[in-house]
Design a protein around this ligand. Structure first.
Ligand SMILES: [Mg+2]
Length: 162
């Protein structure tokens, strides 16, 4: 039995949301991280908990280990493995997360949810040997039912069987 695919989870713009109109604010909680206020979407956290039935979740965020200090307490998500970007630097001409992702994921199938994909991310995804899905979010909404359905369908459709 092959293992679950990885789900790389960005935080800012996926769980920590901003720029919403006050009447369109998703359900959530405020928390302070290093003195900076973050509004964490409890909707995003619920979807991620459900997605953990299909995926092995990994923090893929500049928050690094701070994710495990804050998110389990604030929204009941984690602790999870996290990528560390200083330990595995990325060459300067590509996206800053890719070196650490390659190091962690190797040739495993993976989905990645993030609000800030660049053309370099899409080029990297096309060239990976394993099934790879990039799912963008809007920072004002974060992960919603729409993105969660895309991720669930992809996992159920059997990226490992492709
Ligand atoms: Mg982000």
């Amino acid at each position: 039995m092959p293992g679950k695919p990885l789900l790389l989870v960005d935080i800012d713009g996926v769980i920590s949301v901003w720029g919403f109109a006050l009447d369109e604010r998703p359900p959530g909680v405020w928390t302070l991280v290093d003195g900076i206020g973050h509004y964490l979407s409890t909707t995003a956290a619920e979807h991620l908990r459900a997605l953990s039935a299909h995926y092995e979740l990994v923090w893929c965020s500049g928050w690094e280990e701070k994710a495990n200090d804050e998110l389990p307490r604030a929204v009941g998500l984690g602790p999870l493995p996290y990528l560390s970007f200083d330990r595995v630097p990325t060459p300067g001409n590509t996206h800053w997360k890719l070196g650490a992702i390659d190091h962690h994921a190797g040739d495993r199938p993976l989905a990645w949810i993030d609000d800030a994909f660049t053309p370099a991310c899409h080029a990297w995804a096309r060239e990976r040997r394993a099934p790879t899905l990039l799912v963008p979010t809007l920072p004002a909404q974060g992960l919603t039912a729409v993105e969660a359905a895309v991720l669930t369908d992809w996992a159920r459709g059997g990226p490992l069987a492709a």
